[in-house]
Design a binder for this molecule. Structure first.
Ligand SMILES: Cc1ncc(COP(=O)(O)O)c(C=O)c1O
Length: 288
């Protein structure tokens, strides 16, 4: 099904939706975004996504041209126009620096562009959850936090795109990146967890990664269901020696990782801690 797209308040089909070539989002990748999804027609963890969008905007010194209520109304209208029926919505909100002259001077672009893309949410194949997936550790290094900080959910995605190209070439479901200190950081569109001795571990933000909303929510779930979830610096050998591993994202929830490169992780099958966290995540998502 084609996408329904809102460009600065005008909702059209995907073929009619255009932004000018002189938009600095196109010219320089100057912009930020969020990916959200619905469960039972309601956007899940909307407030947290808006909070992260605000933080991304602050980190690139961009004034968001809407209030939270304005944005919520635009998202609602775009989802309604998409008429997805019983399908859940995938929603991508982008804000770019806007249209202006060919200069990095932000004074040339007084009005940010706001785009909302709505499509049906496509879940990973059931086999990804039942049998698990293989990821590869890629050679592409995650952006140094003092260059394009991975904390910014930025439209400037070349780092991730190049990492995923490598993962695809090597047959990986995802590409796992290390940071410049060779610590594990995150995958191209997801965060990483390992399980060791019943404790779930995920790299800290200081390893240079996006503060994933699913990651944050799973840390809270772990606390509630009695699974210890902690942040810890992780390296390749921690992953290879793990009992379980999984990746997390809004559109994929928690997907078990059963192999990394050519090595099996744990038993080579999805493990009990991953299953328990996923089950509770889904229960809460369905409950809204
Ligand atoms: C680089 C990166 N890390 C992690 C994530 C997962 O974040 P979230 O759980 O908020 O979807 C994403 C999501 O797209 C991402 O692009």
């Amino acid at each position: 099904m084609p996408a329904t797209i809102n460009v600065n308040g005008r909702i059209t089909g995907e073929r009619e939706a255009v932004v000018p070539v002189l938009d600095h989002g196109f010219l320089y990748g100057e912009g930020i975004y969020e990916t959200m999804r619905t469960y039972n027609g309601r956007v899940f963890l909307y407030d947290r996504h808006v909070r992260r969008l605000r933080n991304s905007a602050r980190l690139i010194a961009l004034d968001l041209p809407f209030t939270e209520d304005d944005l919520a109304a635009q998202v609602r209208d775009t989802v309604a126009a998409a008429a997805l029926g019983r399908a859940e919505a995938y929603i991508r909100v982008l804000v770019t620096r806007g249209v202006g002259d060919l200069t990095y001077d932000p004074r040339a672009t007084p009005r940010p562009s706001v785009v909302i893309i709505v499509k049906p949410q496509v879940d990973p194949e059931p086999s990804a959850y039942e049998r698990g997936v293989r990821v590869v550790i890629v050679d592409v290094v995650r952006n140094h936090p003092e260059t394009v900080n991975p904390m910014i959910k930025s439209n400037n995605l070349l780092n991730s795109a190049l990492a995923m190209q490598e993962a695809i070439r090597r047959g990986g479901f995802e590409g796992l990146m290390r940071n410049y200190r060779r610590e594990l950081s995150e995958c191209t569109t997801s965060n990483i967890f390992i399980v060791r001795g019943g404790v779930a571990l995920t790299p800290p933000l200081s390893s240079g990664l996006l503060p994933g909303i699913t990651r944050e929510f799973l840390i809270e779930i772990g606390r509630d269901v009695g699974i210890d979830v902690r942040e810890e610096v992780l390296r390749d050998e921690d992953l290879f020696a793990a009992d379980e591993a999984f990746l997390t994202s809004t559109t994929r929830e928690a997907v078990p990782i059963v192999a990394v490169d050519d090595r099996a992780i744990g038993s080579g099958r999805p493990g009990p801690v991953t299953r328990r966290l996923l089950e509770e995540y889904r229960r809460r998502a369905q409950a809204g």
